[in-house]
Design a protein around this ligand. Sequence first.
Ligand SMILES: [Zn+2]
Ligand SMILES: [Zn+2]
Length: 436
Amino acid sequence: MSQKINGVKGMNDLLPGEIEVWQFVENTARTLFGRFGYGEVRTPMVEDTALFVRSVGEETDIVGKEMYTFEDKGGRSLSLRPEGTAPAARAYIEHSVSNVEPVSRWFYMGPMFRYERMKTGRYRQFSQIGAEAYGAKEPAQDAELMDVVVQFLEALGLTDVTLNINSLGDDNCRPAYHAKLVEYLNAHRDELCADCQQRLERNPLRVLDCKNEKCQAVAGAGPNVLEFLCEPCRTHFTDLQRKLGALGIRYVVNHRLVRGLDYYTRTVFEFIASHPALGTASTVGGGGRYDKMMKGLGGPDVPAVGFAMGLDRLVLLLKEGGKTFTAQPDLFIVAADVDAACQDAALALTSRLRREGFYVEFDTRGGSLKSQMKRADKSGARFSLVLGGDELRTGQAKLKPMAGGDLIPVALGSVAQTLRQAASQPSSPPSLKTRE
Ligand SMILES: [Zn+2]
Ligand SMILES: [Zn+2]
């Protein structure tokens, strides 16, 4: 026997039975983003490695340690995309979109790849959904983007979510803060974890992100970025908060929120959910403003704000919720006789009803009446219908409510009509009985 080949570590298969919750999340996203005027963009999984080096930054863990980078047969350095913002920006620039429309709103969803240490809910191929708004530097755009996320999470039934916001300033005011932070952290160098002592050299803002308790204590007592904001940055941040208030979005100002990436300017934000399935409160998504990235990638001077959210953990939350996402058949058709006429008639009736829009199951293996009934039971179908010689001769059959209740007589020519009537009365056998 040949040796079995397994999937790649950290990359999962999604089989029917599990995919439905994903489809629910994806469909909800498409509806919600559509309502806000965000169009879907699909970029390739593979990009020029330089794109991520220049946008995400060489000093980040993502680019420094976690990318799947390889050389193709033409000797180009390519990488599997570790995130979606840079590819979307690359596409925006490449297609000169800013020449055609002053403001563009895009969303994307799909797999991203990072070679990370394995943890629950963390995979090397993981799924992200994100949105980017290009062309508007106003705080109303930041607020609108946060509103999409809030409404998306609400539509998924996740309401126990807190929005954290912060402003990182801009080129005008950040340098002063940066200098003060480095001075402060250097004075407390010995209290920081080994990782943070390294970060101090390369990307001191990242120290504020550290999960280590001692580092958090040091960061918490350090300089507050908000006190360094210049007038325009402060106005932007105050306006944003007023708009969030107008939208009825609850938020917390968290001056230690930095989001770990180099490219943010002004607004950064994170959505934190508390849920038993995730352990303690944990970040489900976040983003920020990146007004300088387009220019940095050789594109036009176009401001942008975006967010991204991991779907794997959202799906985990929804699964814990105990809701069923798998579709139940409307009808299971049972062929009572093994003869060809009966089998063919059952298959044809199944097909006809499917064309009418019903989800109908039929056992293609044939088999005994008993085994088919068992299958009908297991399928979770709402009704079953037995088709045998008698039914074919008289043109009359009976719908059996699988949850119990009286049989409903039905003419074989009007099964669709009867099913439709039953569907408009979702409660149960008793209501059907009253109708008789
Ligand atoms: Zn640390
Ligand atoms: Zn500023």
